[in-house]
Design a protein around this ligand. Structure first.
Ligand SMILES: [Zn+2]
Length: 467
C-alpha cells in the first residue's frame, strides 16, 4: 500500500495504513517486551584449592623439593551466566599452572550429567601461576618424583577434580537476576620475553617484540547495582616469582584478585589468562614485585569499573571444536641419539618417546580444543587451549575486530606452548625446548597456526561472530 494518494480511496488507504502501523507497533512492543525485560541471570561460586600438605610446585624445572608453606591461598571460581532463553554458560577460572584435559574433560562430563551443561557451554581457564602445585598429566616430564611426592600430587589432583565439580554446581545454584557490563583497560608490566641473542632466541626481555596491553573487564551487578563479580584478563605469564620461591601463591593474578575482592566487599574477582605464552612480567623475581604488578592490574580494573561500560546482553551461543594438530616429523633414531646426552630432561624425554615407539603409538597429532562463547553482539570470548603466544590474540583481533573480543589462552586443556608460524620459524623455548617438559615429541608442524585459525573461523561462524 502506498499512503498519501490524492484519490479519496487513497486517503482511506492512508488512514488504514496508519492504523495498521500503530497496531503493529503495539504488537511489536508486546512481543519485544519479554526480550527486553529478560535480563541475564548470573551465579558465582568460589572454592579454596590451596594444597593442604607440602607438594611439588610446577612451572620451573629447577625446583628440587616440595612447597614450604602458603603465602596466599589459591582458588577455583565459577561464573555462570544464563540468558533470557535459559541458555547457560559457566566460566571456571583457577589459580593453577594449567588444567590438562585429563582433569577438565571428566569434570565437564560430570557437569553434563548433573546439570545438563554440555562441553561447549563450560570453559576452564588457568592463571598459569608458577607458585602453585604440580598437577597430574601436566608438564609430566619436568620432575622425577619419589613415591611419596607423587602420591601427594595424585591426592591433590583427585581433590581438585571434586572441587571443580562443586564450584560449577555452586555457580549454577546461585543463578539470580543480574546485569553484565564490559569495559577495557590496559596494563603495561608484560613484556615480550623472546630475546634474540647470537645463540638463538632465549627467555629474556624483548621490548620490541609483540605484546597486548588489553585488560578486558566484565562487571556483574545485582539489580540494585551491587557488584557481585569482576572478571578481568591479561596476557602475561604469572611468573613474577621465580624458581627459588617455595611458598604457594597466585603470583600477580592472585594479588590482583585479592585486592579487587577487598575493594568490592562481597564480590568475587576472577582472573582470565589470555594469550601470554611469550609474555613475562617485567621486572620480576621478588615478592614485592608480584604484589606491585597485582596492585597495578587491580587499580586498572577499578578504573575501568568506575568508567563507562557497555551493557552485555542478547542470546548466548557456544561452540566447541577439536582440531588435530600435527607435530614435526620425528623418528625413533632421533630419540635414540639423545640417550647419551648430558641434559637429564632431554634424556628423560627421549626415553619416554622411545616407549611410545616401543608400544607402537608414536605421538603424531594432538586433539586441540577451540571454543567460542558469544553474548549477543556485545561480547565474544574465544578460548584456546595451551600456552598461546600473543600473535594469535593480535591476529584474532585483526580478523574479527578488537571490540567486544576476549581471546583467552590456557583454556580447557594445557598440553604445550602454541607457537605461531613466526615463532616456530624463529625457534627458542616456546617453539621447541618447552615440548620436552610437556612430553610432546617435538615442535608443532608448520601448519599449526593455519589449522587453528581455520577452526577459529568455524567456531566464530557458529556463534555468529563476524569478521
Ligand atoms: Zn608457561
Amino acid at each position: 500500500m502506498q499512503p498519501g494518494s490524492l484519490t479519496p480511496r487513497g486517503v482511506i488507504y492512508t488512514i488504514s495504513c496508519r492504523k495498521v502501523a500503530a497496531g503493529l507497533r503495539t504488537l511489536l512492543f508486546f512481543l519485544a517486551a519479554p526480550l527486553l525485560a529478560a535480563e541475564y541471570k548470573a551465579g558465582i561460586a568460589k572454592i579454596d584449592i590451596t594444597p593442604k600438605e607440602p607438594i611439588y610446585m610446577s612451572g620451573y624445572a629447577t625446583r628440587n623439593h616440595p612447597s614450604e608453606g602458603v603465602t596466599q591461598h589459591l582458588f577455583a571460581k565459577a561464573l555462570a551466566i544464563e540468558d533470557g532463553h535459559g541458555t547457560r554458560v559457566v566460566i571456571v577460572t583457577t589459580d593453577l599452572i594449567g588444567l590438562p584435559r585429563a582433569i577438565s574433560d571428566p569434570v565437564a562430563a560430570e557437569a553434563a550429567k548433573r546439570w545438563g551443561i554440555d562441553r561447549a557451554h563450560l570453559m576452564f581457564n588457568s592463571s598459569h601461576t608458577h607458585t602453585g602445585p604440580l598437577l597430574l598429566h601436566n608438564l609430566n616430564l619436568m620432575f622425577e618424583l619419589s613415591e611419596a611426592e607423587a602420591a601427594a600430587v595424585e591426592r591433590y589432583t583427585r581433590q581438585l577434580s571434586e572441587d571443580l565439580i562443586t564450584v560449577v554446581g555452586g555457580a549454577l545454584q546461585d543463578l539470580q537476576p543480574a546485569r553484565v557490563w564490559l569495559g577495557n583497560g590496559a596494563a603495561h608490566f608484560a613484556v615480550n620475553r623472546r630475546q634474540f641473542t647470537p645463540n638463538g632466541v632465549k627467555i629474556g626481555v624483548n621490548p620490541q617484540g609483540p605484546t597486548d596491553p588489553d585488560v578486558p573487564v566484565l562487571k556483574v551487578t545485582a539489580p540494585d547495582g551491587r557488584v557481585r563479580a569482576v572478571l578481568a584478563g591479561y596476557a602475561c605469564h604469572n611468573t613474577t616469582l621465580t624458581g627459588e620461591f617455595y611458598q604457594i601463591t597466585g603470583d600477580y593474578a592472585g594479588y590482583a584478585q585479592a585486592e579487587l575482592e577487598k575493594a568490592y566487599p562481597g564480590a568475587t574477582a576472577l582472573f582470565l589468562q589470555l594469550c601470554g605464552g611469550d609474555q613475562n612480567p617485567n621486572p620480576r623475581s621478588t615478592m614485592q614485585l608480584a604484589e606491585q604488578h597485582g596492585a597495578a592490574l587491580a587499580a586498572e580494573v577499578k578504573r575501568v569499573l568506575d568508567g563507562r561500560l557497555a551493557p552485555v546482553r542478547g542470546p548466548i551461543r557456544a561452540a566447541f571444536q577439536i582440531v588435530d594438530l600435527g607435530f614435526a616429523y620425528h623418528t625413533r633414531q632421533q630419540f635414540e641419539a639423545r640417550l647419551t646426552e648430558k641434559n637429564v630432561w632431554r634424556v628423560r624425554h627421549a626415553r619416554a618417546m622411545l616407549r611410545t615407539y616401543d608400544e607402537g603409538r608414536p605421538i603424531r597429532t594432538y586433539p586441540y580444543p577451540v571454543q567460542a562463547l558469544a553474548f549477543g553482539k556485545a561480547l565474544t570470548v574465544l578460548a584456546l587451549g595451551g600456552e598461546v603466544v600473543v600473535d594469535y590474540d593480535l591476529r584474532v583481533k585483526k580478523e574479527f575486530g578488537a571490540t567486544g573480543m576476549i581471546v583467552a589462552g590456557y583454556s580447557n586443556d594445557v598440553m604445550a606452548y602454541i607457537a605461531s608460524k613466526r615463532v616456530l620459524k624463529e625457534g627458542g623455548y616456546e617453539a621447541d625446548d618447552s615440548m620436552i617438559y610437556y612430553g610432546q615429541p617435538g615442535p608443532w608442524a608448520e601448519d599449526v597456526e593455519e589449522r587453528i585459525f581455520t577452526t577459529i573461523h568455524q567456531v566464530m561462524k557458529r556463534v555468529g561472530r563476524k569478521g
